[in-house]
Every structure is written in structure tokens, then in C-alpha cells.
Design a protein around this ligand. Structure first.
Ligand SMILES: *Cc1c(COP(=O)(O)O)cnc(C)c1O
Length: 391
């Protein structure tokens, strides 16, 4: 089947919830992917910050193959070694003590909200405008964009929103019913919004003062994306609960709630669960992906290459009035334009670069952390040409 035939098949049989680019991807290696016509692309989207270790990393692929031959799934009614080992590894690379395994970011956040409510015996969750926490009813309610939730009313109650970066608004919003604050360290879908200096530390102090929980949604920023294993390290904070997913499984769907012992203990047998969460195959994939991040020093790569990439992009951006700002941390970079970026995305794709447009006017660059400096130079060069063309 050719691209058009596959697109037609999809349009006929798949619910049309995605605005898709008109290419059909077939395979990938490192930071490169190919479509079914054999055209190659440098992937600066990485499946929305999922493919941090690159496409089909041989160590992850092999670990999945071997585990699939032994056991793909058992139930959480039984123990499995892979899950216990991955939980231990996650506590070693984070500031947390206990793990609950889920399959996606939304499911991790949904569980974190339940955990915060059970722990505190209170109902209210404060989130921020412009945030993104997932598509389930509770997480879409926590999400700070009205258009994602309007059509799905009635929504769960107990959620409030304040502007991101505004500590006094946060202080105002807290009541005696507040269970937790949920935040992304850097808003991803919202347009790669880095908070003002000191904001996250202030939120953490506020939480401690008022005895409420801080849930940090690191679904997008986790696993090396911002130049540290978790962005909480860059911002020098220690949340009570961290949620992770996206890059966690090296491409295999995995999510988790990480929590401190005291909070985690609020969950008792029967309180929460998941059929697939933490199955042997997912845990093996995740352990392999995390080991690759550690062995190949990809957090360091993300930091060093991220600085280089951002600086190169700033140089290009300074030539064009349509670029308002270049911002970000590590290999999570946003270019805010003065107009819609959809044209930039399709033009870049034609020139062999996959990028994403979020929040309408922000080009979001999230390359795999294994991308090479020479490949980033190509991306910068193409961005220069594309911006010149549409200016
Ligand atoms: C993608 C994302 C989610 C939702 O993850 P899914 O796996 O799509 O459910 C939640 N929070 C943040 C910050 C995200 O970027």
C-alpha cells in the first residue's frame, strides 16, 4: 500500500482524534527515521519525548526479545522479579522510595491524584493554567486548557487553576481543603514554558509550610530530557510525588507514580491497581532503557548538546523577526514565533526534519538524547532555510 492508501484506510477505520502529518513511518535507528518510500528524516520530536534512547536501541530491542520469549505478562496478583528490580532502580535514580506502575502519563497522574486524596483525606487539587496532565477525565480537568475539557462535561470536582509562575496566586488559592499542587517543572504541551527563577522552590516551601503535597508531573521532562535524570534536580526541589511515563520504557508504554515512603504508605492493598502496569515485558524494556541512559551518559549529552543546540538556534533566530524567543533546557527547546508554526512544520518535514508545533505558535524540538552534534547542525541549517522561506 502507498501513503495515500494507508491514509485512506486510517481515515475510514481509525477514530480521527489526531492532526497527523501526511507521511507513514516505517522504521528508525538512533535519531533517524524512514518513511515507507525510503525518505529519511532527522527526528526532532522523538515520539513526543519518548524515544530518548533513540529508535530501536539494540539493547532495548534485545531485552524485549529475550523477555518476550520467557514471559510477556503475568498478573499483579503474583510477584515478578523484573518489576521489583525496576522499582529499586527508579528509587536509585530519583529522590523517591516507592513506585506504582502504570501504562501512561495520564494513568500515572490519575493515580497520583488518588494517592494525594487518600493520604491527606482532602479533595482539592491546585493546577496551573496552560498545563497538560493527560486526557482521562480527572487529568484533563487538571489540565489548564479549556478546549480539551469543554466538550466532556460534567467534569470531576475539586480542581482549581492559577497562572503558572505566579507564587502569590498559588498562596491565594490554598484552602484548608487543599490536598496537593500538581505542576510540570517545564510546561511542555503548553509551549516549553520555563518557570521564573525560584518559582518551583517557592512552591515546594509553600507546600511544606501548609502541609500539602507537591506532585511534580515529569512525564515529559523525565529521563534525561532537561539535562538531568529528572528536572527536579535542575530546579533543586524534592517533590512528594513524581509522575513519569513517556521515555520510561524506551518506546514501550510505561508510566509510574514515584512517592516518598510516608505518602506511598497511604495506599493499602485494594486501593489502586492496573492489569498491565509493571508487567515483566514493560519492566524489562524500561530497565534496559534506563541502563542505556546511565551507561551512555545521556543526561550529560542532553545538557551539553542542549546548550550547543540552543545557542545555534538563537544565532539563527536573531536573523528573523518572526522568532520571538528561543527557550528551554537540555534537549527540550521551544522557538516561539509571532505567527502559527504549522507551515514551518510541513516545510521542515519536506526538507527531512521532523518537528512539532505546540500551543499554536511554538516550535517544539525534542530530539532523541543520542542525536549527534553533526545531526543537530543539519537541523539548525534546515531551520535557517525554512525560517528564511516563510519570513
Ligand atoms: C504527555 C503528557 C502527559 C500524558 O501522558 P500520556 O502517556 O499521553 O497519557 C501527562 N503529562 C505531561 C506533562 C505530558 O507531557
Amino acid at each position: 500500500m502507498n501513503t495515500q492508501e494507508i491514509m485512506d484506510l486510517d481515515k475510514k477505520f481509525v477514530m480521527q482524534t489526531y492532526g497527523r502529518q501526511p507521511i507513514v513511518l516505517s522504521h528508525g535507528k538512533g535519531a533517524e527515521v524512514w518513511d515507507i518510500d525510503g525518505k529519511s528524516y532527522l527526528d526532532c520530536f522523538a515520539g513526543v519525548a519518548v524515544n530518548n534512547v533513540g529508535h530501536s536501541h539494540p539493547k532495548v530491542a534485545l531485552a524485549i526479545c529475550h523477555q518476550a520469549q520467557r514471559m510477556i505478562h503475568c498478573s499483579n496478583v503474583y510477584y515478578n522479579l523484573e518489576q521489583a528490580e525496576l522499582a529499586k532502580l527508579l528509587t536509585q535514580i530519583s529522590s523517591h522510595d516507592r513506585v506504582f506502575f502504570a501504562n501512561s502519563g495520564a494513568e500515572a497522574n490519575e493515580g497520583a491524584i488518588k494517592l494525594a486524596r487518600k493520604y491527606s483525606g482532602k479533595g482539592e487539587i491546585i493546577a496551573t493554567h496552560n498545563s497538560f496532565h493527560g486526557r482521562t477525565l480527572a487529568t484533563v480537568t487538571a489540565t489548564g486548557t479549556d478546549k480539551y475539557k469543554e466538550p466532556f462535561k460534567p467534569l470531576p470536582s475539586g480542581f482549581k487553576h492559577v497562572p503558572f509562575g505566579d507564587i502569590s496566586a498559588m498562596v491565594e488559592a490554598i484552602t484548608e481543603k487543599t490536598a496537593a499542587i500538581i505542576l510540570e517543572p517545564i510546561q511542555g504541551e503548553g509551549g516549553v514554558i520555563v518557570p521564573p527563577e525560584g518559582y518551583l522552590g517557592d512552591v515546594q516551601n509553600l507546600c511544606r509550610q501548609k502541609d500539602i503535597l507537591l506532585i511534580l508531573d515529569e512525564v515529559q521532562t523525565g529521563f534525561g530530557r532537561t539535562g538531568e535524570m529528572f528536572a527536579s534536580t535542575s530546579f533543586k526541589i524534592q517533590p512528594d510525588i513524581t509522575t513519569v511515563a513517556k521515555a520510561m520504557g524506551g518506546g514501550y508504554p510505561m508510566g509510574a507514580i514515584l512517592a516518598n515512603e510516608k505518602v506511598a504508605d497511604a495506599f493499602e492493598p485494594g486501593d489502586h491497581g492496573s492489569t498491565f502496569g509493571g508487567n515483566p515485558l514493560g519492566c524489562t524494556a524500561s530497565k534496559a532503557a534506563i541502563e542505556v541512559i546511565l551507561d551512555e551518559k545521556l543526561t550529560y549529552q542532553s545538557k551539553v548538546l542542549g546548550e550547543y543546540f540552543k545557542k545555534s538556534l538563537e544565532e539563527v533566530a536573531s536573523k528573523y523577526d518572526i522568532v520571538k524567543e528561543v527557550r528551554g533546557m537540555g534537549l527540550m527547546i521551544g522557538l516561539e514565533l509571532t505567527k502559527s508554526c504549522t507551515e514551518v512544520v510541513s516545510e521542515a518535514r519536506k526538507q527531512g526534519i521532523l518537528i512539532n508545533c505546540t500551543a499554536g505558535t511554538v516550535i517544539r524540538l525534542l530530539p532523541p538524547l543520542v542525536i549527534k552534534k553533526e545531526q543537530l547542525d543539519i537541523v539548525v541549517h534546515v531551520m535557517d532555510e525554512v525560517l528564511a522561506k516563510i519570513s
